[in-house]
Design a protein around this ligand. Structure first.
Ligand SMILES: NC(=O)c1ccc[n+]([C@@H]2O[C@H](COP(=O)([O-])OP(=O)(O)OC[C@H]3O[C@@H](n4cnc5c(N)ncnc54)[C@H](OP(=O)(O)O)[C@@H]3O)[C@@H](O)[C@H]2O)c1
Ligand SMILES: *[C@@H]1O[C@H](CO)[C@@H](O)[C@H](O)[C@H]1NC(C)=O
Ligand SMILES: *[C@@H]1O[C@H](CO)[C@@H](O)[C@H](O)[C@H]1NC(C)=O
Ligand SMILES: *[C@@H]1O[C@H](CO)[C@@H](O)[C@H](O)[C@H]1NC(C)=O
Ligand SMILES: *[C@@H]1O[C@H](CO)[C@@H](O)[C@H](O)[C@H]1NC(C)=O
Ligand SMILES: *[C@@H]1O[C@H](CO)[C@@H](O)[C@H](O)[C@H]1NC(C)=O
Length: 423
């Protein structure tokens, strides 16, 4: 008997799933639904940001990776070793296109389809839960529906911008965009600019804009970064209020400002999930999920890539590999009670260590333990990220915060159990 599986999204996470599903064609009969007409999700750079349904990527024109390519690849399918460690986004998209060719995945992908609804229904014969998934071809009105045994959601987490509610924002006369809409620095020549938020986007974009702007303020509520910055870029506290032509910051200072880029991150968006899926999002926490990805109420529905601040491709691979092993009946899930207890424990440890609810899926250094846990749960051998690659990733994290403007100038080679600087 075959198992019918629906994968939503042909970005890096969806492709990781497709690779493993395709390796067992006797068991899996699967399709991938993809909204755009290309492979790669976020990695398909779109110059145009005017699409009504926001189907554009969050990449900017000159975006390069902030993780060395040596650690970025899927297990068993590394990036090429030539050139710089930090690569332009087009190289990542090419890597994904080659990945699809290598594993012959294109035939499974239906391009240009938007998923409208995912709803659990009872199968009349077996009484098991089936998934009623309806999709719509972009540009057409007709809805197509099919039933599946499993649904794996890989729709990405960087398409629904988080816009903070800032006092006086509507009175501000300058331009305000979210980083999701930022592409180039040309419109910031000689301007005074505020980039709000010091996540990866805030840091990258403030440096780009700093090349041409008069002054850039990186406004954030966190402790100041220790890195040296160009003379016209400074860090400042969060925003208290916006005025017509100026902004007042939490430390009481007010500066004249022409433009604001909200680098404030993204919110999860699973609008197509029917309420019977029993998934809730509270302060950007998705629950109930076992190990941040398997729906505890309906384990035949899984979500890849919910955790953030991870080395993404190997992370998706670990989740995909385990989940598919579970579908194959070669790995067990704990009982529902145990899964709830595990989720509750993970969450309470986070709250006790001072993290806010919105960081329920924040990984960073926790990601290595996560890989190990999942490999152990699934009795899988090896790991998606070897020890030397973990060391390199952690090392880059240190060089990045020490010298934001220059850390990408160095490249690395991995030899056996060590890495070293590339000449
Ligand atoms: N070169 C690259 O490879 C590159 C570049 C850009 C992005 N990325 C990827 O894209 C992902 C998203 O990055 P992102 O920077 O867009 O989002 P992000 O990592 O979620 O960062 C958003 C930041 O804005 C802060 N923030 C939100 N609202 C705020 C407010 N009202 N006042 C002050 N601060 C506020 C957040 O604070 P809290 O943390 O306290 O919530 C957070 O630090 C990253 O995980 C990264 O993997 C990669
Ligand atoms: C990105 O996606 C758009 C819309 O699907 C497509 O038209 C465009 O050709 C893609 N860009 C690249 C570089 O593949
Ligand atoms: C960098 O961005 C500029 C526009 O700001 C563009 O002309 C140039 O081609 C980009 N370079 C790369 C390597 O993407
Ligand atoms: C499945 O979804 C379609 C489209 O929304 C709907 O018409 C149909 O009734 C659904 N089937 C079941 C069994 O709920
Ligand atoms: C910013 O603008 C300058 C001047 O036009 C250009 O040389 C540079 O490539 C741009 N940088 C980016 C990152 O787009
Ligand atoms: C940053 O501080 C401002 C003002 O106190 C507050 O409104 C905003 O919610 C804070 N942002 C975050 C992400 O904590």
């Amino acid at each position: 008997m075959t198992m019918k599986v629906c994968v939503i999204g042909a970005g890096a996470a969806g492709l990781a799933v497709a690779r493993h599903l395709a390796s067992n064609p006797e068991l899996f009969d699967f399709v991938v639904w993809e909204k755009s007409d290309t492979i790669g999700g976020q990695w398909n750079y779109t110059e145009d940001v005017s699409s009504k349904d926001g189907v554009h990527s969050s990449l900017y024109s000159n975006m390069t990776t902030n993780i060395p390519k040596e650690v970025m690849g899927f297990p068993g399918y590394p990036f090429h070793t030539e050139g710089s460690s930090f690569i332009h986004h087009t190289e990542v998209q090419n890597y994904l296109i080659n990945f699809v060719d290598h594993f012959s995945l294109k035939k499974y992908i239906n391009f240009g389809y938007k998923v409208c609804e995912v709803k659990p229904i009872k199968d009349e014969l077996s009484d098991a839960v089936k998934w009623n998934v309806s999709v719509m071809k972009i540009g057409c009105k007709t809805v197509e529906t099919d039933q599946y045994d499993n649904v794996i959601i890989c729709n990405g987490r960087y398409t629904n911008p988080y816009i903070p509610d800032i006092l006086g924002m509507e009175t501000f006369k300058g331009d305000i965009i979210h980083s999701h809409y930022y592409r180039k620095n040309v419109s910031y020549v000689d301007k005074n600019v505020v980039c709000l938020g010091r996540g990866p986007s805030g840091l990258d974009i403030s440096l780009e804009i700093g090349q041409v702007a008069k002054k850039v303020f990186i406004s954030h509520n966190k402790s100041n970064l220790e890195s040296p910055l160009p003379d016209n870029i400074c860090q400042i506290t969060g925003i208290t209020r916006m005025n017509e032509n100026s902004i007042t910051f939490n430390d009481g200072q007010t500066f004249q400002v022409d433009s604001v880029v909200l680098c404030t991150g993204y919110m999860f968006d699973f609008a197509f999930l029917h309420k019977d899926c029993k998934i809730k999002i509270q302060e950007n926490r998705v629950t109930p999920l076992f190990k941040h990805f398997i729906n505890i109420e309906h384990p035949s529905l899984a979500f890849l890539g919910v955790p953030f601040t991870v080395c993404p491709f190997p992370f998706y691979d670990t989740q995909a590999k385990y989940y598919i092993k579970y579908l194959e009946g070669k790995a067990d899930l704990p009982s529902k009670e145990e899964m709830y207890a595990d989720e509750a424990k993970d969450f309470s440890v986070r709250l006790e260590s001072g993290l806010p609810v919105r960081h329920a899926h924040f990984m960073s250094t926790r990601q290595w333990g996560y890989h190990d846990d999942i490999y152990q749960l699934g009795s899988m051998s090896g790991t998606a990220v070897s020890k030397v690659l973990r060391l390199l990733y952690d090392y880059i994290h240190q060089t990045r915060v020490k010298d934001l403007a220059n850390y990408k100038k160095l490249s690395y080679v991995v030899e056996g159990d060590t890495f070293k600087l590339k000449n």
